[in-house]
Design a binder for this molecule. Sequence first.
Ligand code: SF4
Ligand code: SF4
Ligand code: FES
Length: 241
Amino acid sequence: MEEREVTFIVKRFYRNEWREDRYEFKAVRGMTVLDGLFHIRDNIDPSLSFRASCRMGICGSCGMVINGKAMLACSTQIFDLGTDVVRIEPLRNMEALKDLISDFDDFFEKHRRVKPYLIRKEEKSIEEGEYIQTPDELRKYRQYSLCIKCGLCYDACSITGSNKEYLGPAALASACRFIMDSRDQGEDERIPLVSDHTGCWRCHFMAECSEVCPKEVDPADAIQKLKRKALIYSLKRLFRR
Ligand code: SF4
Ligand code: SF4
Ligand code: FES
């Protein structure tokens, strides 16, 4: 099996101090960056901290910056990086808690703010059955529902980096997911939340968020749809007066 000597340079944070540690080890073809981090923790330095769970690109836990780009460590093979020196740091638009573990509180608080659940004005009783949806209606938002909340888009977005109030690509894509859902009746509650000074109009549509998204959610596209919805919503209100 092909193997190569590689060096991981890990930017670490502990007790308010940053430092970089270098680890050298033999990587074999097929090994992911996450496998490399486990190898370091199990064999070289048990104090190295990082998050991971599913190891298959589903849970969204292992987002980090690898050679300058936000990526899932479990979906990134070391040999595919095209270099034997791998620089790793925690996601940049979040506070670091320890080493590669970032604080997602602000990220999830922004999700909560857009009300990421179906809002109904009239609820059906159990006897009346479920809310039926056609395949075409599902297709309108399905892509936006694939988000695994990994935070990679949050790292890539320059507006998120410079404006802490901005809801950010993931929360806005989530808002779009519910606004486009034929079963949702929450337009009056949700559109004002996503179209104020913290919302969709802040986005400059450079689409860095969509470029790094591992699930092809395309938050940049979702945000442009939100802008259209917000515009139609405010015109409707204007003519209603
Ligand atoms: S398209 Fe919008 S949300 Fe995406 S990275 Fe650019 S500014 Fe951020
Ligand atoms: S939109 Fe994509 S990059 Fe952003 S949190 Fe969801 S899955 Fe991750
Ligand atoms: S460990 Fe779950 S996405 Fe990487």
